[in-house]
Design a protein around this ligand. Structure first.
Ligand code: URA
Length: 236
């Protein structure tokens, strides 16, 4: 019995008793209307998130808001689950990504895939995107005005998906999102609030390709992410 029907049973019992004492009457004791099933909290479905992001993607695909549009082959908007609990944000597309129109498909992408697998997750269940959606020539870091021009797309992605954790990969992503010039050493191992979302920072996979000894630090960061997600933490 739920609280409401229990209360109604008590009221009915009370009415019976009061009826035997007509002086009290019973009309002041209305039975509560029986409530139909509790309305479930409306959750934003992946389909409605897609409705929000589709026009944003369409706009990005023809964007000419900065000089990177002149040298790009494709706009690399991002991909993955719109229900993702975890979003990885990289710096910007490289040569392979620019060719294929997909994020993290080159050497750094292979390493990111390995990280995701080691976390006992799949690439399909996370979301992966970049600070800038077009490849900076010679893979140079994006300029501040390029980051700013692309900022609205990233913000739409993150605030629509609303993951439990945003993981910034490397200094460019961390600086762009947190508006900080702090070094990686000061950012790793901490939790930040980004417009109401929880954000963490770790090394970029491309950095790990150049500095494999830092892989263990990234693994520590990813174990922390798993703990924060309430997921099983794999034994190494
Ligand atoms: N590096 C990035 O930051 N993003 C990619 O998509 C690929 C390499």
């Amino acid at each position: 019995m739920n609280d409401r029907s229990e209360l109604n049973a008590i009221i009915r019992e009370t009415q019976k008793i009061l009826k035997s004492y007509p002086v009290f009457g019973t009309h002041e004791l209305p039975v509560l209307p029986t409530r139909t099933k509790e309305k479930p909290m409306k959750s934003v479905t992946a389909a409605s998130k897609e409705q929000i992001l589709a026009p944003v993607r369409e706009k990005a695909l023809v964007c000419q808001d900065c000089r990177l549009c002149k040298t790009r082959n494709s706009v690399v908007f991002g991909e993955g689950s719109l229900d993702a609990e975890l979003v990885f944000v990289g710096e910007g597309p490289g040569r392979d990504e620019d060719k294929q129109g997909r994020p993290f498909v080159g050497a750094a992408g292979n390493l990111l895939n390995k990280m995701i697998t080691a976390m006992q997750m799949t690439r399909e269940e996370v979301y992966i995107c970049n600070v800038v959606k077009c490849r900076p020539p010679q893979n140079r870091p994006p300029e501040p005005d390029e980051v700013a021009a692309c900022g609205g797309y990233l913000e739409s992605q993150l605030l629509t998906i609303r993951p439990k954790i945003v993981c910034a990969l490397g200094k460019t992503a961390a600086s762009a999102l947190l508006q900080t010039e702090a070094p990686m050493s000061a950012l790793r191992g901490k939790t930040f609030d980004w417009k109401g979302l929880t954000m963490v920072v770790t090394y970029h996979p491309a950095y790990l390709l150049r500095n494999p000894s830092a892989k263990k630090e990234v693994w520590i960061d990813m174990l922390r992410v798993l703990e924060m997600l309430g997921r099983p933490v794999p034994a190494v």
